[in-house]
Design a protein around this ligand. Structure first.
Ligand SMILES: *Cc1c(COP(=O)(O)O)cnc(C)c1O
Length: 342
């Protein structure tokens, strides 16, 4: 079937972004978070391309995601750890668990262990065992590949960053872990003292800019495209779309395109989104609906039914326009897109 919607993906930009983050990681190795289907781009294709560029460490959330990557034969860590239901996949060597709780540690030890990773909480109070657990010998007997922690505020200039870094650094050498890993994308931009032995960027690999330092060096990867289904003239005083939120001040040509919030083009883009059509930048007007959005052709030349338009999805600007986070804009990209790598 011909593509109803296209997600154009710039494979060179993806690799360049990862190479940039690798360089910024200094002497630390640079991995990649490919959870949530590679932040919406497609985990298998992302991992394959990054592995080709030299990436050796991949992070997913759960074992279904790990199983999807298994044919690639990569080193994958499962951030959510391991449940009883996951033990078969874990024993089969599909990936390494990142153990987060004393119960997960006990489960892994009871199963005979093997190489694992461990998450330790340094202040975010999300996943992870505590520094006290480490001091109490919880991890004794484990073969730990990577001891990791996660920064809560790396995208801000918060005092918590240095606090977490110092708490994490104090754990160096006490677990027998072969490597230490703290920084996500934003953490890499905080400097080499956050990189330890291995970094774990996600967002910036995909073109996201969580901190100003990355704005100059990270390039967009994702370009959603949709097709114009209808062009119509809206008469002065008439309204467009659900709840009639936009009313024409003068007779206005508008185009209706086949993209909506079910595709991840969220309602926050109502009256704020922008589209490129035949080289012209045109505004979204009225409510974005589930499967459709409407754009103004006011002042536009030669745009007609059947044309493809490209949505302005520069993540930093699009996040501001829509009120969504850059993460949501990527991971929301839906299943109706045909993903086309160029
Ligand atoms: C998602 C995630 C990352 C990647 O974070 P970004 O902000 O996307 O770079 C790294 N580490 C952990 C534990 C994560 O959950």
């Amino acid at each position: 079937m011909p593509a109803p919607l296209r997600l154009r993906l710039d494979g060179d930009a993806l690799v360049r972004n990862w190479q940039t983050l690798d360089r910024m990681s200094g002497r630390a190795a640079c991995g990649a978070a490919v959870k949530a289907n590679g932040y919406g781009l497609g985990a298998v294709e992302v991992a394959r391309r990054l592995a080709g560029a030299g990436c050796r460490d991949f992070f997913v959330s759960n074992w279904r995601e790990a199983v999807e990557l298994a044919p690639l034969g990569l080193a994958v860590s499962v951030l959510h750890g391991v449940r009883d239901e996951d033990m078969a996949a874990a024993r089969a060597g599909v990936a390494r668990p990142v153990l987060n709780t004393p119960a997960q540690v006990a489960r892994w030890k009871a199963a005979g262990g093997g190489a694992c990773d461990v998450m330790v909480d340094t202040g975010m109070n999300r996943l992870g065992v505590s520094a006290q657990d480490l001091a109490d010998g919880l991890l004794d007997g484990l073969t730990i590949e990577t001891l990791m922690s996660h920064l809560a505020c790396a995208d801000e200039d918060a005092a918590m960053n240095a606090l977490q870094r110092d708490r994490f650094a104090a754990l160096q050498g006490i677990t027998g872990a072969r490597r230490m890993s703290l920084a996500n994308s934003a953490g890499i931009a905080l400097g080499h003292d956050y990189a330890f032995d291995l970094t774990r960027p996600g967002l910036a690999v995909y073109g996201g800019v969580p901190r100003g330092e990355l704005g100059e060096v990270i390039t967009p990867v994702v370009y959603p495209e949709a097709e114009i289904l209808q062009v119509r003239r809206v008469r002065a005083g008439d309204a467009v779309g659900y709840n009639a939120t936009w009313t024409a001040k003068a007779d206005t040509d508008v185009a209706v395109v086949n993209l909506g919030y079910a595709d991840g083009y969220f309602r926050g883009f109502s009256d704020t989104g922008m589209v490129f059509a035949r080289g012209q930048r045109l505004p979204v007007l009225g409510r974005v609906s589930m499967d459709l959005a409407t754009i103004s052709l006011d002042g536009a030349d030669a745009v007609s039914e059947g044309d493809w338009v490209s949505f302005d999805y520069h993540l930093l600007a699009a996040a501001l326009a829509s009120g969504m986070s850059q993460y949501e804009l990527l991971t929301g990209l839906g299943r109706r897109f045909v993903r086309i790598w160029g």
